[in-house]
Ligand binder design. Structure first.
Ligand code: SF4
Length: 414
């Protein structure tokens, strides 16, 4: 590998990390360095580099330790057979960069992943050493997210949990068949085994912290994973079902989706075209429905198109579900329980809570609902209010759903 300056390495290794979507910094414990102790904070505002799928602004130094890899996953630009410029940071360089960027208020924390060099254990040792040095040598209190290597010794993943806020282990593809075909050196059972270990370690530590106050922190922001969408033939129904299994089995905080993007010199087994980025967005919306609106995976799957198995792109999945369940609407805004109101297209959690609080004192009219929500236009066909009853659900909704020109999502990395 040619001798590169830190700046050149940063150019290569920050660019190589852009394919990783799972870097939102939500869910960790509050730490700061007020009072002159330590450096960093998990709450501070810095210059923002990216937006999380939930719209939150985050600023992390997001890099790979190295983009060299002994594996040859077809969809990955860093695979062994890829003809890209390679670079590798030392542990010291990553630590220094993180501290320097933090001091300049560029970042809130570090997101660190890596290609696999020498062996999974060796690579994992290096990642852990970065986190250990930041925490122990420099008393760094900012956010740290480490990508762990499923094939590494579980003891190393445990060490990572002692220093990082969040750990993630990528399932990569929604189906075991897709993984075998596109990442032949990876194994779905080993990946899930690593997630199961992590779940037990997180739960044990949490349990122990309830009894013994001095229990060290362990991955307070939990574990997450990432799935590539559109590289294999899996439809949205399969993806939603898989995500639900992972949430259920391993208590994941988040499943991130990353629309497959064609890479330079692609392998012949990959599709030539990228899936629409809107597909990734619809999957995030379906994820939101399961996590916050009480839909089951089967409910969300019912919103998919019968023939393609995918969520419609022109309307959001909550509206698609409602249109397939017209018999459940309209609902009475003055009587319906919370879980029913949450299924009304256009009503979010905050709006529903406001409605529930307001209707304790009086019967709500449509104008009252309008004041409690951002837009009543979408709601009208689905709600009955004291002075409002819609005439025909389908006649009203379908023109609304198709009236606006289809939004085209811009490509972040085009
Ligand atoms: S192991 Fe990770 S870095 Fe290496 S080729 Fe596979 S996806 Fe890319």
């Amino acid at each position: 590998m040619a001798q590169l300056s830190t700046r050149q390495k940063l150019e290569i290794l920050a660019d190589a990390a852009k394919y990783d979507a799972s870097c939102a910094s939500s869910g960790t414990t509050k730490r700061d360095s007020r009072g002159g102790k330590g450096i960093g904070s998990t709450e501070g505002m810095g210059i923002c580099h990216a937006y999380a799928p939930d719209g939150r602004c985050i600023s992390l130094l997001k890099i790979l330790l190295t983009n060299s890899c002994i594996f040859d996953c077809h969809y990955c630009i860093n695979r062994r057979s890829s003809d890209v410029r390679r670079a590798r940071f030392t542990v010291r360089e990553v630590v220094d960069l993180t501290l320097n960027f933090y001091r300049r208020n560029y970042i809130e924390g570090l997101f660190l992943s890596s290609g696999i060099i020498r062996s999974p254990d060796y690579t994992m040792e290096q990642l852990v050493e970065v986190a250990r040095s930041l925490r122990q040598d420099h008393d760094f209190r900012g956010y740290i997210h480490l990508k762990t290597i499923p094939d590494a010794d579980p003891a190393l993943a445990y060490q990572a949990g002692l220093h990082a806020d969040r750990l993630s282990i990528n399932v990569e593809l929604p189906t075991a068949g897709g993984l075998t075909r596109l990442a032949p050196e990876k194994d779905a059972a080993r990946i899930e085994g690593a997630m199961a270990h992590m779940k037990s370690a997180i739960e044990d530590k949490r349990d122990s912290a309830r009894r013994i106050r001095s229990t060290p922190r362990f991955a307070p922001a939990g574990q997450s994973t990432q799935m590539i969408v559109g590289a294999d033939g899996a439809d949205d129904r399969a993806i939603i079902t898989r995500a639900d299994q992972l949430y259920d089995r391993h208590r994941l905080r988040r499943v991130y989706y990353s629309a497959f993007s064609p890479i330079p010199s692609p392998s012949a087994v990959l599709p030539l075209k990228r899936p629409p980025l809107l597909r990734e967005h619809r999957l995030y919306q379906s994820d939101w429905m399961m996590r916050f609106y009480g839909y089951s995976a089967a409910d969300v799957a019912a919103a998919t198109d019968e023939a393609s198995g995918c969520l419609p792109l022109d309307i959001d999945p909550k509206l698609a579900w409602a249109l397939k369940h017209r018999g459940d609407f309209p609902v009475d805004v003055n009587r319906a329980p919370r879980e029913t109101l949450l299924r009304v297209p256009g009503l979010g959690v905050k709006a529903v809570d406001r409605i529930l609080a307001s209707r304790r004192y009086r019967r709500l009219r449509l104008d009252d609902v309008a004041r409690l929500t951002t837009s009543v236009k979408k709601l009208r066909p689905f709600l009955i209010a004291a002075d409002w009853r819609p005439v025909l659900l389908a006649d009203q909704v379908l023109p609304l759903a198709t009236a606006s020109p289809r939004a085209e999502q811009l490509d972040l990395f085009g």
